[in-house]
Structure formats: C-alpha cells, structure tokens
Design a protein around this ligand. Structure first.
Ligand SMILES: Nc1ncnc2c1ncn2[C@@H]1O[C@H](COP(=O)(O)OP(=O)(O)OP(=O)(O)O)[C@@H](O)[C@H]1O
Ligand SMILES: [Mg+2]
Length: 363
C-alpha cells in the first residue's frame, strides 16, 4: 500500500449509514485538517460491508466532494465485515522479506477462503515471549472482490483509490497520533450503525480484534417497528430531533407517538446488550492474556454517542471509559471548518481521520 503523495489525501469512511470525508494536508511538521463532511446513505445501499448499490454510494460521495469543493483525488478508504479477516498468528522467525514470500502459504490455514481470492497484508508484531525462534504477526486478508467493489465505487466518483485499509487499523492510527504516553492495554471500540469494531492494543500494537454485528440501526429498527413509523422518523426520535411525537404528515406512516421515557428505555436495553457483548470480548482477552490489565476503553462511532452508554459500559466492565477525540494532535483549518460542529461529531469522525492521516511512506 505504498503510493507517492502528490497532493492532499482524502480519508473516506464509507459507513453503512453515513459516509465521512476528511481532507488532510501533511507537511513535514504538521497534519492539517482542511475539510470535513458527512452524508447519509439510504438503508441497504451497503449490507454487511458489501456495496449493494454502487451508483447510490458513488453519487453520495460525489455530492460530498461537490459540497465541500474538494479538489484532491487520492483516497484512503477502509473495508470491514465478513470478507475481511484479521488474525494474530505465530510463525517461525524470518525476515520481513522472507515472510513476504511465504505469507500465502502461512495464511492458508487461517483463512476460510481460497488464498487465490484474497489480498494479503501483514505486520510483524515482535518476537514470541517464550520462544525466540518464533514471532507474532498480524495477518490481514481481504477478499479481492470486496477490494474491487470499493475501488470501483471510488473510480465511479472520479477518485483515485490509493490506500485500502481496515477499520480496526484506522482506529489504531488515531490512537497513536493523538494519545501519547498511553502504554499498556487499551480497548479501542467503534460502534457504528451496523457493526461494532473492537481493537485491544498493547503498547500501541494491536493484540486482539473482533467485529460484532450490532449498532445504532438496531435501536432505530426497534423504534420503527414498535411505533409503526418509518426508519427516518425513528432515527429522528432516537436522536431527540423531534419532540415527543412522530410526525404524521401526508404520505408518512401513521404510528403511535413514542414518549421520551419509552425511547430512553429502548436505547438503554440495546446499549446494555452492547456492554454485555463487550464484556465478553474483554473476558476473552483476559483468558488469553491472563497477566494483562486493560487500562481503559476509548469509544468512537455514531452508535457510541448513544445516551448513557459510557456510564453503563464503565459499570459493566469496571473500567474507565472515554470518548475518542481524533482532533487532539491535528491542526484545523478554521476558515474551512466549524470547530463546534467538529467537537460535536468528533467520535463519529475517528475512522475517517485515521484514514486521512495515512502517510505515503507507510506500508
Ligand atoms: N448522538 C447520537 N446518539 C445515538 N446514536 C447516534 C448519535 N449520532 C449518530 N447515531 C447513530 O450512529 C449511527 C451512525 O454512526 P456511524 O456513522 O459511526 O455509522 P456507520 O459508520 O455509517 O456504520 P457502520 O460502521 O456500522 O457501517 C446511526 O445508527 C445513528 O443513528
Ligand atoms: Mg463505521
């Protein structure tokens, strides 16, 4: 994934509900956020990480590019879901070049797809703790068809796909860039509309990743079905954008009016189930690394902004929980950006900022 950077890089996080775009200029000393914007996608345009409606997705990207008057073309984006496998594996100690030549063979036993059908990347983590002849490696395999799918959609939007990353590593990049002197085990968790991405890092190195199919859309779907309203209406109710009543104009679904307490109870019951899922992942981590202590949880993604989640998660896991701020160590072009807006949506922008912060010399 090496490319020559001739212009600013665009980070494009193509989420199943919201596409986020960030344009970042990297100078020798600084990273400067030039532009940031988001646009919603219709439901079902992306399902389980697969692009079902390429024209809709590329038109939405084009709309964002036009609205933000973006001139750059080079894009870093990411893929996730069932077509992407991230696995920490142990192999005999070899050089990076040797592993490069052997990786297909090594990967075969860990990948549930034909190795011919996947693009493989890897990162050497370090020597095995108790066997100096072995080393730990983070293996990433993505089906070629999903890489093609995302590349095609970018090309349809007249963009140049330069880096295809995975969500978990974009999350890690933001942590590295912004959270200095945070050695030890930290759980980075992104909760989007349809998936939760867990990446537990130890000393800035990924030690465990897991994707779970949960997110904000579960709440929206439940509100829509209980109160017989459209998804759009249900989402507005969840986000507190309507008063206590679902709008009932001509052509809209006629439903029961939800009150605030009922909606809060639905949000609470789903967020509680997310906390239990996270607790299981953390327990699994402890069962694998018995001597490790997780210091804290850093939350990102739109779903993570659900009311009361931080408190519930902290109670469930007995860990400190904080919301991720991807703007700690990046300069912001204040002429082009509304700082208050960026503060408000900061957790939702995390993966996108991680993608836009990739450097041309990185692997
Ligand atoms: N303030 C908020 N409170 C609760 N939920 C929110 C808030 N803001 C956004 N959401 C929810 O967050 C979700 C969108 O978050 P995000 O943009 O991270 O998802 P995505 O990247 O599109 O989805 P995914 O990564 O799962 O494909 C939606 O379900 C939305 O309803
Ligand atoms: Mg997302």
């Amino acid at each position: 994934m090496i490319f020559e950077r001739k212009e600013n890089l665009i980070g494009l996080d193509i989420g199943s509900r919201t596409i986020k775009l960030a344009e970042v200029l990297q100078t020798k000393k600084d990273r400067i956020l030039q532009k940031f914007g988001m646009a919603d996608l219709p439901r079902d345009a992306i399902v389980e990480g697969r692009i079902k409606e390429p024209a809709v997705v590329s038109d939405t990207i084009k709309g964002l590019i036009n609205d933000l008057k973006v001139k750059a073309h080079n894009v870093a984006t990411s893929v996730a879901g069932y077509s992407v496998i991230i696995k920490r594996i142990t192999v005999g100690k070899v050089t990076e070049e040797e592993l490069h030549d052997n990786i297909q063979f090594e990967a075969e036993q860990y990948i549930p797809f034909d190795v011919q059908d996947v693009n493989i990347d890897f990162h050497i983590i370090g020597e095995h703790e108790s066997n100096p002849n072995q080393m730990h490696v983070m293996l990433v395999a993505a089906k070629k068809e999903i890489i093609d799918e995302y590349s095609d959609v970018l090309e349809m939007a007249n963009l140049n796909p330069c880096v295809i990353d995975v969500d978990a590593f974009a999350l890690e990049k933001v942590f590295e860039d912004n959270y200095l002197n945070e050695e030890g085990n930290i759980a980075l968790i992104d909760i989007g509309a349809n998936k939760m991405n867990i990446n537990i890092v130890k000393d800035y190195m990924s030690a465990f990743t897991r994707d779970v199919s949960i997110g904000g859309e579960q709440i929206v779907r439940d509100i829509a079905s209980r109160f017989e309203c459209s998804f759009e209406e249900a989402e507005a109710v969840m986000l507190g954008k309507t008063k206590d009543k679902v709008p009932q104009e001509e052509g809209e679904t006629k439903g029961k009016a939800p009150n605030k307490e009922e909606v809060q109870e639905i949000v609470r019951s789903f967020t509680l189930s997310w906390c239990k899922e996270l607790r299981q992942a953390i327990d699994f981590y402890y069962s694998t690394y018995a001597d490790e202590d997780i210091k804290k949880i850093i939350l990102s993604g739109g779903g993570a902004m659900a009311e009361g989640l931080s408190g519930l998660l902290s109670a469930e896991t007995s860990l400190d929980v904080e919301m991720c701020n991807p703007f700690i160590n990046i300069k912001i072009n204040e002429k082009q950006n509304d700082i208050n807006y960026l503060k408000k949506i900061a957790p939702q922008a995390v993966i996108c900022i991680g993608l836009a912060s990739r450097s041309m010399f990185e692997k």
